[in-house]
Design a protein around this ligand. Structure first.
Ligand SMILES: [Zn+2]
Length: 104
């Protein structure tokens, strides 16, 4: 388990706050707001396949805008996507965590 800190938007604080990202190996497992302590689990098994596919299509079709939005508000972004469980959860979580790491 490794940890890193990034600035993310916290819905509870309604602010950009420092978040701890917890990685299990290379996969993002959970995030925690260091201001209010809100903890979010990233569980690929609970996500729907259509989700990842849709995200991929959106990122491929509108790379700049979607990546900026995903970086700014990743959890809101995830919730805004239609569909339910990931078909490629590992690939998705890896790509998503790379988006988070790629700070501008
Ligand atoms: Zn917070």
């Amino acid at each position: 388990m490794s940890t890193e800190h990034v600035e993310l938007h916290c819905e509870t604080c309604d602010l950009d706050t420092s978040h701890e990202l917890h990685y299990a190996g290379r996969l993002l497992e959970s995030t925690r707001c260091t201001r209010c302590g809100t903890h979010l689990e990233v569980n690929p098994r609970t996500m729907l396949p259509a989700y990842a596919h849709d995200l991929e299509k959106r990122i491929l079709s509108k790379p700049g805008r979607m990546l900026r939005r995903a970086r700014k508000d990743p959890w809101g972004y995830l919730r805004s996507l239609p569909g339910a469980v990931l078909r490629q959860p590992v690939k998705f979580v890896r790509e998503f965590s790379e988006v988070l790491r790629r700070k501008s």
